[in-house]
Design a protein around this ligand. Sequence first.
Ligand SMILES: Cc1ncc(COP(=O)(O)O)c(C=O)c1O
Length: 356
Amino acid sequence: MINSRVATMPAAPQRAFASDNAAGAHPAVLDALLEANEGHALAYGSDRWTEEAHARFRDLFGPASEPFLVLNGTGANVMALATMVHPAECVVCTDWAHIAVDEAGAPERALGAKLLTLPSPGAKLVPEQLTALAHLQGVQHHAQPGVVSITQSTELGTLYTADEVAALCDTAHRMGMLVHLDGARIANATAALGGTHAALRSFTVDAGVDVVSFGGTKAGLMGGEAVVYLDPALATRAKYVRKMVNQLPSKMRFVAAQFNALLHDDLWIRGAQQANGTAEYMYEQTRSIPGVSYDHAPQVNSLFPVLPAEAIAPLCEWCFFWDWDVSRNQVRWMTAWDTTTDDVDRFVAGVRHLLG
Ligand SMILES: Cc1ncc(COP(=O)(O)O)c(C=O)c1O
């Protein structure tokens, strides 16, 4: 039945639902790059664009925060963790964490530290999982839990509330651990939790997070992230570590100029609202289509529908997306800052057509 409908699929959306990494850069970001391209500027961050970007980050996170611009998300995480972990310590994270699953072992290699992954069906940690590690503390045979790394929004598109982050930070700090937040999708989390600077601060500075990896690429940059030390005492060796882990861009003005465009007038939040909003719209438009089922509604910009097995390949060929859990025919549809309701409407029309 499905096979006979493949030949008559309607027009595919302009943008697919593969990943927010598949989206281009925002036009304002490209304009900023062109503007920054005029003339010469001193390298390695001694330029006016970097100074402005630092001021913008301090505006967001408070005057004591210490921002460092870097090239990519894996590098941001490695740099952040490398300044937080001491010898014979481990980094505690979920078994979904990007640092544990999708960074090709970079953190372990660069830090020389074990990642202690804890099971987490929703890609979130709870304080009880930290207190359960107390038996490791002080025992010379065990890597000592030194840092907790959480992801916001998570690899499964879930969110920590500000209170949940605060509770984790409180427990971690009482146990002598530091807290890192992988914010590759911090824009989506901020948008989902209120869309204001206060919302951002509620689950970072106010909650007690020590160091944030602030994502720019998924939010609309061509490429660029930042490591922001909310506890400035941890930043004392950061500039050397950034260089050591290959994250010091010589022409830093181009990373900075992109961030200046993204942070201006909250473009990063507005883009994430667009991504989250179109994901929600997609969920509403597809949840009642026979054959499509969801475990839960999206909280940010990713959906994880279960589809009839025979529909996945043709749908994917028509408009690309990734498999998620092949054992249960679950796939991932992800929106981005530039996804439109027209893209969603066209995609939904294709799903309806194929599933009858
Ligand atoms: C949760 C998370 N952290 C970090 C990253 C950054 O990865 P990259 O090194 O590809 O910029 C990603 C990218 O997919 C991610 O999803």
